[in-house]
Design a protein around this ligand. Structure first.
Ligand SMILES: C[S@@+](CC[C@H](N)C(=O)[O-])C[C@H]1O[C@@H](n2cnc3c(N)ncnc32)[C@H](O)[C@@H]1O
Length: 198
């Protein structure tokens, strides 16, 4: 069986924190794959709030989730989530970068991503999971991925795990997944990491 890609691993870990009736945020809805996944995990008794700055992304996600009343979409930057959503939230997923086949100039940016992470942490439940997929291989992506890693390293009270393919010596930097839960739930404390070769 193949090792999961970072986005598949994000789904696997997020699913462990979601039950029917649960609460989730998709911080970057894009084409709606992640929103649909979160909505399926929590069912019609739950609620997913999804954010994106591009009308095309909101439209694509709305079309994919048209018959799912648990999905609320917001044409707004994720840095606004604290103003729109009331916590606690069980899982918050960021899939950074740009809309595939869209305008690469409208990719996520470090300043707003970090502001959104601050807001997400304020909304996360005591047993919730915060997951970020970052893409250091694209233009501007390295800067953003480094800023996100630093944010996780400095965040108080979190246990953070990093999952990423081992970079090839000559290849692009692969995407990585950072997942965090509140440290109170853990037995052995500190940051940990594991790396796999894809
Ligand atoms: C890699 S795509 C997301 C993929 C998506 N989750 C999916 O399942 O298809 C990244 C998205 O982030 C969006 N984005 C960029 N800046 C944003 C911001 N400040 N707030 C919310 N979304 C943003 C882009 O418009 C783009 O659609």
């Amino acid at each position: 069986m193949a090792l999961p890609r970072v986005t598949e691993m994000a789904h696997e870990l997020v699913a462990r924190h979601l039950r029917p009736g649960g609460r989730a945020i998709d911080a970057t809805v894009g084409n709606g794959h992640d929103t649909l996944f979160l909505a399926t995990c929590i069912g019609t008794a739950g609620r997913v709030d999804g954010f994106d700055i591009q009308p095309e992304a909101i439209a694509a996600t709305a079309a994919k989730t048209a018959d799912l009343p648990q999905v609320r979409l917001h044409l707004l930057g994720h840095e606004e989530m604290g103003r729109i959503v009331a916590g606690p939230v069980d899982a918050i997923l960021f899939n950074l970068g740009y809309l595939p086949s869209g305008d690469k100039g409208l990719a996520t940016r470090p300043a707003t991503t970090l502001a959104a992470l601050d807001a997400a942490l304020g909304l996360l439940s005591e047993t919730g999971l915060l997951a970020v997929v970052a893409y250091p291989g694209h233009e501007g992506g390295r800067e953003e991925a480094s800023a996100v890693e630093k944010w996780f390293q400095n965040a108080q009270g979190l246990r953070v795990v990093r999952y990423a393919p081992l970079p090839r010596p000559s290849g692009n930097e692969p995407p990585c997944l950072l997942v965090a839960e509140r440290r109170a739930r853990t037995v052995d404390g500190d940051h940990s990491s594991f790396i796999v070769q894809e």
